[in-house]
Design a protein around this ligand. Structure first.
Ligand SMILES: Nc1nc2c(ncn2[C@@H]2O[C@H](COP(=O)(O)OP(=O)(O)OP(=O)(O)O)[C@@H](O)[C@H]2O)c(=O)[nH]1
Ligand SMILES: [Mg+2]
Length: 293
């Protein structure tokens, strides 16, 4: 069979995680309308007749503003080392900018076998899509696919293009496995997702979720305890909301989705904590799981 590792890279918010979920056929990565949603390399396994590809959803590459940003960009760079092909995603609704060009240069320098996905064509005008395709054609990557992770338009062609670049090899995961994330990570990400779209400005970047307990009682009920961590005292109040309303709504939404994913009733306890400037502190970043290498 054909198999291989395929990083999905691009600027923040272009739809990398949405695309990975669509190709895998289940939600392995959280998505939000906020840039910099993804903060880890997430493996999603996609299978079809005669192939298995391990997609690596990556954090959006951006100009780093702190130690977390440096670590995220380095994380993306490392995925290129073992890549059999790379899906480079750009956004059809936005002009190609310096961020995209920088990524294109890095991919070219890494001698990656790149296919370009021009995503969100459902939202872009025909004219915008044509302009984007023309801009993408300036790069030395031969295959460009207009796609929509929202409607599925063009995805099968993109998958075929990627599969044609894979070589004969073993399956890396048993059939039916769609991600390799530990349970704590899946749970933490679902909780984080429920807060992201609710918070304004810089706050989504400051928020991290640390799951400290997942325990199933004999009755089947699953007790989950998690810390919702922010960087400043002022952010604590925003995450709680008036009379605890934000925490409550996000918590309820998270619990509902967790019950579906875990298949049992969930008792979710969330605590909001302040870890001062965690994004800039190497030891805190280590502790929160953002390893340097
Ligand atoms: N209309 C439309 N919206 C899309 C499409 N793909 C993604 N989006 C939206 O774009 C936003 C960002 O999507 P994500 O999948 O989180 O983007 P990402 O590239 O993983 O973002 P980061 O993890 O922050 O780098 C979300 O609001 C998605 O719903 C698409 O094909 N069409
Ligand atoms: Mg993402």
């Amino acid at each position: 069979m054909k198999s291989g590792f395929v990083p999905v890279v691009g600027r923040p918010n272009v739809g990398k995680s949405s695309l990975v979920n669509h190709i895998v056929g289940s939600k392995v990565a959280i998505i939000s309308r906020r840039p910099q949603t993804t903060r880890n390399v997430i493996r999603g396994v996609a299978e079809g007749p005669g192939y298995q590809m391990v997609l690596l959803d990556t954090p959006g590459v951006h100009k780093p503003r702190n130690e977390l940003g440096n670590r995220l960009n380095a994380m993306v760079g490392r995925t290129l080392t073992d890549a059999d092909a790379v899906i480079f995603v750009i956004d059809a609704t936005m002009s190609v900018g310096p961020g995209d060009r920088l990524i294109a240069t890095r991919l070219h320098d890494a001698e990656a076998d790149v296919v370009v996905a021009v995503n969100k064509v459902d939202k872009a005008s025909k004219g915008d899509t044509v302009t984007r395709l023309t801009e993408a054609a300036q790069w030395p990557f031969p295959d460009i696919y207009p796609v929509s992770a929202a409607t599925g338009h063009g995805i099968s062609g993109l998958v075929e293009g990627v599969v044609s670049r894979l070589t004969d090899g073993p399956a890396f995961y048993p059939p039916g496995v769609d991600t390799d994330q530990p349970e704590e990570m899946i749970v933490g990400e679902i909780i984080r997702e429920k807060f992201l779209d609710r918070l304004r400005d810089e706050l989504p970047h400051s928020l991290v979720v640390r799951v400290s307990e997942i325990d199933q009682r004999e009755s089947g009920l699953i007790d989950i305890v998690a810390d919702v961590i922010v960087e400043r005292d002022s952010q604590r109040g925003i995450v709680l909301g008036k009379g605890g309303s934000v925490l409550k709504t996000a918590g309820t939404e998270a619990r509902t989705e967790l019950e579906t994913v875990l298949g049992d009733r969930v008792n979710l306890r969330l605590k909001v904590l302040v870890e001062k400037d965690w994004q800039s502190h190497p030891p805190l970043l280590d502790r929160l799981g953002f390893r340097e290498r």
